[in-house]
Write a protein that binds this ligand. Sequence first.
Ligand code: ASP
Ligand code: MG
Length: 455
Amino acid sequence: MIVMKFGGTSVESQEAIVRVTEIVRSYQRKHPIVVVSAMGKTTNKLLEAAVEAGAGRREQALVIVDQLRAHHLVHGLPLAGAASAELDRFIRTHFEWLDDLVKGLAVVGELSPRSMDAIASVGERLSSLVVTFALRAAGIPAQHVDSRRVILTDDRFTQAQPLLEETYLLLKENVRCLAETSVVVMGGFMGATKDGHTTTLGRGGSDYSASIVGAGIDAEEIQIWTDVDGMLTADPRIIPDGHRVKSISFAEAAEMAYFGAKVLHPATVLPAVEKNIPVLILNSRRPEVGGTRITPDAVDCRNAVKSISCKRGITILNIRSTRMLMAHGFLRRIFELFDRYATSVDMLSTSEVSVSLTVDNQENLPLICEELRHFADVSVEHEQAIVCLIGENIRHTPGIAGRAFQVLHTTNIRMISQGASRLNLGFVIADADLEPAVFALHEEFFSELDPAVFD
Ligand code: ASP
Ligand code: MG
């Protein structure tokens, strides 16, 4: 049994859904459970409508709902074949309910997290029905399961956490046997509290759903179908002809996700990690490409560096204690401030008298700096970039730093960090230096490739 998760772009249109049905057909003998995101940008639009309604702007909210209704009827309905009248009814009923809810919210002029989840989940409730009908029309036996019946969560609306024990039990009872005889289709992103209120797992939560479902039914693998070929040796916007990394460890994938590669959020695959279920990243536009396989342990690789990640738009803060040496409690005071302003720190380096750190969220920076200046000198450098060399072998291969900095001998390195995870070597340079730097590093570390790991 496998889980196949299709993201928003993979189900955004008729053509996309036809591709999905063919991909599912090719895996039919593995008894897939299909988890889908909302079609295209539906979730964003639903949340916009919710915000408009909550602000009392009834007409604006209803216009957005109308656009979504039209999109679902145009792109979802024709795929339902003979059953299209039934799907038409489902779609219209959902939107009538949404119309009513939006009107109600507009009258009250208030939007609670619970109402937000009720609205946000409509995207997945619909896309999962559309895909079920499309599969059936293509001759594939398919059954729809409402995720709210099997994914139980706490009541932290908009950021709900699954109650794994109960959820796993429900998945085993309700999904496993069904998947023996037909393809099961479920909406990602949503669940429900024990007393039946709809919740969502946070933005991008469908990957999390897929991982929960996979863990719950003891899947043999979890496939995440998206619109890229998998993890690459470098950001394709900088290195267009980088190489696909065929296999990486969960730890490497997590580092890559933190620094730039937005393919998969590491926290979302935790349930899979705990049950040792491999996760595959695959491209629904090019299903013939092998993708990236993420496994509990790293496979042997002759290249020490697996990937170069980068993150632009970084700001460095240099914080210097106004006392001679760092008094104790200095770091605590600094981090307490970042905590209070909900600003996360990406990289950190300290000396006897000063601390340098990087942030990517500038929102509260002026306030943070103002408070820091009560006890420290602060200087701020904008337009920086983090570069990270990632690979499990970096920790026991001598000379990686030497090679990296040799290649960059004309580049000004602003900060260096190694050791925290022991599988990355990270540093900060000016954003203007980023492209030539990544280019040179890519040449240095990927001119020879281990064919077992790279494509
Ligand atoms: N549709 C939801 C979102 O856009 C969940 C997902 O796509 O993973 O955040
Ligand atoms: Mg997504």
